[in-house]
Design a binder for this molecule. Structure first.
Ligand SMILES: *[C@@H]1O[C@H](CO)[C@@H](O)[C@H](O)[C@H]1NC(C)=O
Length: 311
């Protein structure tokens, strides 16, 4: 078919569409926008309901809608209309390559972005690149990160996992992680942290093994109100005592190879209530600490299993 024939046809279709089209807001979110360059349209049967084609004379491209879910109508593409948020809860569409990183490279060229996951493992990065707003899982293992800054994860309201294992992180800004409403996993093992920042209450897994944490680097009652916390890995640090009180949700605490020298009846149990049972806490690792666990037999009466360690 010749171009002029297209124009006539498109004009007729457009007229029909204007007459037949339901309100935009009913249809718009259901269509996939496509753009076709001249020559690409040969195998599209745009007279049936599978595809509709519109020729844009200025851009010299065909745009169309594939697989409309209901009646076939032409979509006169209008970027202003597209900007209108029809569903305020709809996830934002990130740029194809994400925001620009400091190095001038878009984050998703420097890293690999796959749906909500951003993988920046082994990329030699020294700072956190700007992340797409819909990031749910962020991996930057084995890099040269030295700190996590307040702005690094700002506004990432769907971020569930941060894995920065195997870097050189010595500090985390106080507000870097605190305001992440959906953070579940913080993996920060094998770094050089001396202090843990405040963490959101949503957290379930913390792995800060093999850092340089002393007990004074963990806030008083830091884990008390983390009612979802299940796994706390703090092996290979320099902790002088068990970070009490531990939340009821806790299922395992790994404290091997620290400097814990004493525990008492209130560390895991409750000296005021002999009927108290801490049934969730299945695993306590205290091996590799300068403590003789035989000396405090009444410290384990509420536990399903006695701790691992020297007896
Ligand atoms: C721990 O203490 C108990 C009782 O005081 C003692 O019998 C045991 O030999 C000690 N164990 C170790 C490994 O020092």
């Amino acid at each position: 078919m010749k171009m002029s024939a297209y124009k006539v046809l498109v004009g007729l279709l457009l007229l029909g569409a204007v007459l037949a089209a339901p309100p935009w807001n009913e249809k718009r979110t259901k269509w996939k926008q496509i753009q076709l360059l001249p020559g690409d349209y040969s195998d599209l049967d745009f007279m049936n309901q599978e595809a509709d084609i519109l020729y844009d004379h200025e851009e010299e491209v065909f745009s169309g809608i594939l697989e409309p879910y209901e009646n076939s109508v032409l979509d006169t593409y209008d970027s202003d209309l597209e900007e209108e948020s029809l569903d305020p809860d709809a996830p934002s569409v990130p740029g194809l390559f994400g925001p620009e990183a400091k190095e001038g490279l878009p984050t998703c060229l420097l890293c690999t972005c796959l749906s909500g996951s951003v993988y920046c493992d082994d990329t030699d990065i020294k700072s956190i690149p700007p992340l797409p707003k819909d990031t749910t899982h962020f991996y930057a293992r084995f890099n040269k990160l030295t700190s996590l800054k307040n702005g690094d994860f700002a506004g990432l309201n769907h971020l569930k996992r941060i894995d920065v294992t195997g870097n050189r992180i010595t500090s985390i800004d106080e507000n870097a992680l605190r305001q992440l409403p959906e953070l579940v996993d913080l993996m920060i093992a094998s770094n050089e942290l001396v202090q843990l920042p405040e963490l959101p209450k949503s957290i379930v897994n913390i792995d800060a093994s093999y850092n340089k944490l002393h007990s004074n680097g963990i806030k008083k009652e830091a884990f008390k109100d983390m009612s979802n916390l299940a796994f706390l890995y703090l092996a290979g640090n320099a902790l002088n005592y068990v970070p009490v009180p531990l939340p009821e949700s806790l299922r395992s605490i790994n404290l091997q190879n620290n400097n814990v020298q004493q525990i008492d009846d209130d560390t895991f149990c409750n000296s005021k209530d002999i009927h108290y049972v801490r049934k969730a806490l299945e695993l306590i690792r205290l091996d590799g600490n300068p403590i003789n666990l035989s000396k405090t037999p009444s410290a384990y009466i509420c536990l399903p299993h006695v701790p691992y360690g020297k007896y």
